[in-house]
Write a protein that binds this ligand. Structure first.
Ligand SMILES: [Mn+2]
Length: 354
């Protein structure tokens, strides 16, 4: 196996690269999650210390979930819409928690990227980036960023320590999936510095009524096929809902794989989950999305997106059915063994209840 440079060596290289840069940009995935947001906060501090950079954090898409909006506020981060920025204006372009070709970020083929720090499966094109640190065996990008911060001997403000801790906790689902010793070590080191009251607050964020409508619709539209569950949310309130409902469905007895799809602003989003540690959800996601869109992820969870012509519901429905067919074919599952998750009789019964 090739020599993996230590965090110390990487940090030295990164500092050398950023020296003298004035305007830095940190790009995130389109609908950033807690890990991405915390990583951006950490990298911003690193860049400020290393080069005194003025930093802009940007992404396309929206910050949908309440917990993510809360985190931004707590960290005092302002997010810009990447589509409204001239990326050429920046003399340092960085990415965290995603990579240039993933298709879930604003970077196109021509865009120069200088720094990529991520824990998703390595993409070949990331090799062209001057500085990359890809640790696919890590549960969170927050872990990598925290290692850099520790190595720099920087004092972490409480909100940042708390956010990084939550980034690790939420990406690993409290260490239930894809966790390395490094995630646990960093988590343990951050823990005394984190604000536990805030942590419990963010873990239990309240959601608007529409959230429950979306979950309910999703459950009613879930079908099981042997050890898999397939869910179609239809038009949904935000792109994070597919991951949210997929996680919920993973709690179904006997479910080893879950596929959840939803349409949001002209994009069909899909989330894939598996209990099987030795599987490669990322490869399955790429296979079932095929040339319709882009996909990527980790061993136990992955996602993808497909642009829907004219934001048409009919087109989206066709595309999601194709993804479902590809999914069932991949596992050689007979389409006819389908069962509703929530039985009709239960629904009727409830309708009668006053
Ligand atoms: Mn992540």
């Amino acid at each position: 196996m090739a020599h993996r440079p230590s965090t110390k060596e990487q940090l030295r290289k990164l500092k050398k690269l950023v020296r003298g840069r004035k305007k830095a940009l940190i790009l995130l995935q389109d609908n950033p999650d807690p890990d991405a947001i915390a990583s951006a906060g950490g990298l911003r501090l690193l860049l400020k210390e290393a080069a005194g950079c003025e930093t802009t954090i940007a992404h396309s898409g929206i910050v949908g979930r309440s917990e993510n909006r809360m985190m931004l506020k707590y960290l005092g981060l302002k997010m810009r819409n990447a589509d409204e920025l001239d990326l050429e204006q920046y003399d340092l372009v960085t990415m965290v928690d995603t990579q240039p070709v993933f298709g879930n970020n604003p970077v196109n083929d021509e865009q120069r990227v200088d720094v990529v720090i991520d824990h998703h499966e390595w993409a070949e094109s990331t090799r062209q980036v001057e500085f990359s640190d890809i640790r696919a065996h890590y549960g969170a990008t927050s872990t990598i960023i925290a290692e850099y911060l520790f190595e720099s001997d920087l004092e972490l403000p409480t909100p940042l320590a708390t956010a990084l801790l939550y980034g690790i906790q939420s990406d690993t689902q409290e260490f239930g999936r894809a966790t390395s010793d490094a995630d646990i070590a960093v988590f343990t080191q951050l823990y005394p510095q984190a604000n536990k009251r805030y942590l419990s607050h963010i873990e239990n964020t309240q959601e608007p009524r529409e959230y429950f409508t979306a979950v309910s619709r999703g459950l009613h539209d879930t079908r099981t096929y042997q050890n898999t569950a397939v869910c179609w949310l239809g038009r949904t309130i935000n792109p994070d809902m597919t991951g949210e409902v997929a996680d919920l469905l993973m709690r179904l007895e006997g479910a080893d794989w879950v596929l959840c799809e939803g349409l949001f602003r002209g994009v069909l989003y899909m989330s894939l989950r598996t209990t099987q540690r030795e599987s490669n959800a990322s490869n399955v996601a790429k296979e079932i999305v095929a040339d319709m869109g882009t996909a990527g992820g980790h061993e136990m969870l992955a996602g993808g997106q497909i642009t829907v012509p004219r934001n048409s519901f009919k087109e989206a429905d066709k595309l999601r059915k194709q993804v479902e067919r590809n999914f069932l074919n991949h596992f050689k599952i007979d389409h006819r063994c389908r069962r509703r998750l929530v039985s009709r009789s239960v629904e009727r019964h409830h309708e009668k209840t006053p």
